[in-house]
Structure formats: C-alpha cells, structure tokens
Design a protein around this ligand. Sequence first.
Ligand code: MRU
Length: 371
Amino acid sequence: MSFALPIPANQHFATMQWLLEDGRPVVRLLDQTRLPTETVYQDCRDGDTVRQAIRTLAVRGAPAIGVTAAYGIAQELLLALQAGMTAGQFDDVLAKSCADYAATRPTAVNLFWAIERMRAHGQASAGQPMATRVQDLVDQASAIHFDDVQCCLDMGRHGAPLLPDRGGVLTHCNTGGLATGGHGTGLGVVRSALALGKDLHVWIDETRPLLQGSRLTAWECAQDGIPSTLICDNMAGWVMKLGKVQAAIVGADRIAANGDSANKIGTYSVAVLCARHNIPFYVAAPTSTIDLDCPTGEQIPIEERSPDEVTTPRGVQFAASGVGVFNPAFDVAPAELIAAIITEEGVARAPFASDLKRFVAQAQRRRAGHL
Ligand code: MRU
C-alpha cells in the first residue's frame, strides 16, 4: 500500500514514496547518484539506509531531505512498534530518531523544520494508544510531503509573473521536482511560467563538483520537455554578456532573517555576475527554508564535504595526487544582490526582514491544525 503521490501532472518521476511491503514500511527514493545514466529506485527498509541516502545525496535538495527525514522518522517508529516497543519507550525512540536525522546534513534548515514537526506531533499525541500515535506520525510525514508540493505550486503562481514573457533563465544546481516533494522551487517557477505560455529557455549551470546541473537538472528538463541548454559554471558570465540570460533563479537551503540566502556553492558567483549585467537574480524557497533565528548569512552553517568529490569524481582522478582541497558545499548570496525572494506566501522584496517575518507567521497560521 502507498499513499496517492502528490506529483504534479507535468512531472514524470517520483522523488520519494512511502510504501508498505507485507506491512513493513519502505521509503522508496529515486537514487540521484545514479542519474542521469540509470533511473533506479532504492528501497530503504531501515533508518540507517535512509540516512545514508541523505548523506550521500541519493536524495538531496533542501525540501526533499526534509520530506524524506519525515518519512524516515515515521518508518523508525513503525518498525519499533512492530518489534514490540512499549508505551514507555515511544518518547526515547522518537527522540533518538530525530537526533539521528538531524546529524545527517547541517545546512538545509528544511531538514530541521520537518524533524521539529515530527517531534512536536509525536509529543502531542501522548496518552493515545501507541498504534494511533505511530499512525499519526505516518500521516504527518505524508502531510509534510503534500504541503511541500503545494508550496512549490504556490511559489510557481507567485513567481511566474516575475519571469520575462520570452528569453533565457539561468539556474544553478537542481531546484526541480528532484529537490522537493514535487514541481520544484526555482525550476518550479519556470515550470509554472511555461504553463502560462511564456517562451523561456533554461540555461543550466553544470554545478561542480557534484554536477547537480548537468546530471539532474538536464535530466529533469529532458524528462519533462523543458527547453534547456547546459553550460559549464565558468561560462555563465560570458553567456550573460552575450545577452542570452534575462533572469536567474535559484533555490535556497537556508535564508537568514535579513534575506541572505545560502545555496549550492557557485550561487554567490551567479549573483555577482547578475549584478554586473543588470539581470534580476531571484531566490525561490518555501517558508520552511527561512530561519528567523539566523540574523544574517554569517551564522548559517556551511557543510564541507570530502575532497574526493573535487579530486576524484565518480572514482576518476581529475587532480594531481596530494593537492590540498577546499570543498564547501554551499555559499551565501547577500540580500543586497537578490531582486526578490519568492515563497509560497508571496514575493518578499528588499529590505526583506519584514516580509520574511510576515510570511513565516502567515504560513504558521495556514498550517495550524494540520502541520
Ligand atoms: O547538496 P544539495 O544537492 O542537496 O544542494 C541542493 C541545493 O543547493 C539546492 O539549490 C537547494 O536545496 C534549493 S532547491 C530545492
């Protein structure tokens, strides 16, 4: 048994799914480490496997890892129930699962947002029969998934009018259905604009070192018929100079209260290039990406990943042996370079702080009672 998937009609793949196999919970993930050459679904039958998939980027993108962690927590509680968990153990099992998922990746705040919702929901059902409490967590994970897709569709509705009627839109990393529950953030806005009849062409930054642009965005555009051209990251400036880019749109992993936005490494360079060429630089992200406890980008934790990702991609040596490597996975685009931040609640404009605060409060009211 599985839930009906909340995938929008123009998306031809499912990033994550919840299944029951002979009553046992399975988190099924489209393995993004195998794309674009193989479309393989990985069936994760326990928490260690789901967490390993998050760490290795088999599932990645800020909203997608939040949704996956929510399903993963529900899975661990259901497995514990099936293994004979007593009522007195529920809180400890939930706390450990939340802590284990929180330790997977540090930058995307959507992960922590989803974990907090699962923790709060689990605590709120105290006193109910255990089977009810666990089923509540399963339902909550599914609600987080559906909410994420709806947020993406709403971002599309708010953001599409900002894009030109025709022209080029530069993207960085993968911000599509693969990075979310479905539809996408930055690429979702492009999907929505195309659906309105806009004549847009996506310029895809390849996004070194892990190539989320060339492997994932290019695959997603091909799957779903989105017109696109791939470029190496260091070509973006020249493509702008040639007049081929009328807007840039990226996602975010964490947006500070002042609008500074952390996203895939290389985003800062795109923002600077846009300023130089008078091209609007947009960030599209759900309110679950906004961290009002982070005053500025300075406080955002930036994940550093293995040097091997730079020197030896997919096991092939690309760099001289022994060279020193710095491999930050994210950088921060300063608020002053951002033309607008597109959320599901509306479009935030500089100086950002008041709009962001208002949108987070609005989203909390909207979700009250179901998330
Ligand atoms: O390391 P990744 O691939 O998880 O990084 C993802 C990004 O930086 C995306 O641009 C970001 O999550 C926003 S798109 C949903």
